[in-house]
Design a protein around this ligand. Structure first.
Ligand SMILES: [Ca+2]
Length: 142
């Protein structure tokens, strides 16, 4: 586990860095698209959210959430991503919605830095950790 410290501006500069952000989205999409058909199904997206731990951290999910509530929550997230209601989420829908989720998180953080514990083995897929890493690399390189 690693402790990272992020605030809204960390997240915003990550999202606005097209090169890094799009590459991160590509990586995440590829790792979630288990059957490699170029789109994410309901279960693929759900698995992704479980591994990203975005829900625990940012959607106010708590330990008392029942499996039924959880399924409803994941369904509503899927509907949000699936803009054209095709029943699958494509790369563009995925990137666009991730961007708005991250910007909403940034908005919530504002200028108050928070500490977050992140799994090192989930590193490649944790967008907030990538945001913190990107900012750190910029500070180092001046
Ligand atoms: Ca797929």
């Amino acid at each position: 586990m690693t402790v990272i410290i992020i605030d809204g501006s960390t997240v915003i500069s990550f999202v606005n860095d097209e090169t890094h952000f799009q590459r991160s989205v590509d990586d995440a999409f590829a790792s979630l698209d288990l059957n490699n058909d170029g789109v994410l199904s309901r279960s693929e997206l759900r698995r992704g959210f479980e591994s990203l731990r975005l829900l625990e951290n940012h959607f106010g999910m708590d330990v008392t959430t029942t499996p039924e509530e959880l399924t409803k929550l994941y369904d509503s997230i899927f509907e949000k991503f699936d803009l054209d209601k095709s029943g699958t989420v494509d790369r563009k829908e995925f990137g666009d919605e991730l961007k708005s989720i991250l910007l909403a998180i940034a908005d919530g953080l504002g200028s108050n830095p928070i500490q977050m514990l992140v799994d090192d083995d989930g590193e490649g897929r944790n967008f907030l950790k990538q945001a913190a890493d990107l900012e750190a690399s910029k500070i180092v390189s001046g």
